[in-house]
Design a protein around this ligand. Sequence first.
Ligand code: PEP
Ligand code: MN
Length: 485
Amino acid sequence: SNGPHGAIINGSLKQTNITVEGLKEDEPSEKGWSPSSWREKPVKQEVVYPDQIPVQRSITKLEKLPPIVTPVEIHALRNNLREVALGNAFLLQGGDCAELFDYCEDSVIDSKIKLLLQMSLVLIWGANKPVVRIARMAGQFAKPRSSPTEIIDGKEVPSFRGDILNGYHPDTRALDPERLVSAYFHSAATLNYVRGQISSGIADLHDPLDWELGHVKDKTLQARYSRIVSSITESLRFMRTIGADTAGQLETVDLYTSHEGLLLEYEQALTRRLKHPKNRKIVSSPLDADGKGWYNTSAHFIWIGDRTRQIDGGHVEYFRGVENPIGIKVGPSMKSDELVELLDIVNPNKEIGKVTLITRYGEGKVETMLGPHIEAVKATGHTVVWQCDPMHGNTKSTPTGIKTRHFSSILSEVASALRIHREHGSFLGGVHLELTGDAVTECIGGSEGLVEEDLSLNYTTYCDPRLNEKQALELAFLVAGHYRG
Ligand code: PEP
Ligand code: MN
């Protein structure tokens, strides 16, 4: 079967009982899963199109289009995340809150790849571990919203739900089913460009990187960051000199894609029964008689948002059946027993690193909430990737109603997570950030000294406030500093 469910062969559900390591012979498989079984469950953030005919036309098209990512890549990431869960690597995940179709543009993509690369170099230097990079990119088009409508210029309009559903402009807020197909093509074009740039040397460390530390006004900080950059630059120079890059490791990197798996209609249409890679190390589906499994081919990694992680909900149902590594957002309302139950549902075979728990409590609540969650998970025997999202629990509104986040709160939540994990004999496996390679002014603080009045200078997010290039890099320096002392 595919872990929790039976093998679906020729459309019928067959319960197979083969003895496999970790699974007793007559252990009953759980009730059937299929790419559409989520439809029998309540779905939060549901999308109700007024007319099903154009929706079905889009879905039929999506079901025919080729996979955007492949099982070999998905398993490569799973293997990498296993290493993160075991403490042998660090996970850096970042990108926009809401990716727009308009971000599918070479310079925008280039700057995000470069930023993630630079941050990962700093983190490698700091944590002394390889870094696994996942972009919130090439598909981060669906947004959960707290309210279905908002008031713009005194008029009530539907909220912007992400480019896959409707447009940001108030006149384009009606749901548009053509956007489902458009999302596919924008994902594919973005990933195509990422693959092209990486294979053409955008991440080639033989080329010097531009670190631009001129904005750091504080002399002590400036000196500290410069020392880190010199240390990295020196190490790279040394490796090149002694020819330590014979396998070409300095020329290229892996960059995986991810998004919130919110719009299940879309995710289902890209869920395919595909052959497992030959050298698959992790076997979560021991009863696959046909050597195949269900893969979400829209991205390497998908996560369940904090608003859609209900035990009995459609999202958890969908996520429990796919081979991909998955994330679960863990906010302040998560109860420990609920967390444990979730892990048992989505990862019954307790595969190491299959699940990334993305904690996002806020700088205050992390102090009391993370410890008990760590202990609860420890008691289950699940080995997860613990990732800190220091963004979503730290969103504030200015007196004039602009959504922002303070750099100091973001740093504080990461620092607390690092410390609390250590205190509990655990370790922080990675960070999950909202960032952009552009010089936006959306978060307050950092070395540039952005203040509330600066927010209007270049506030361009269509959802949550992102770290700009300098703030993101600075966060990497500071996290690295925590490891180096
Ligand atoms: C997000 O990651 O953009 C998001 C909506 O997060 P959360 O589900 O944690 O609120
Ligand atoms: Mn967000």
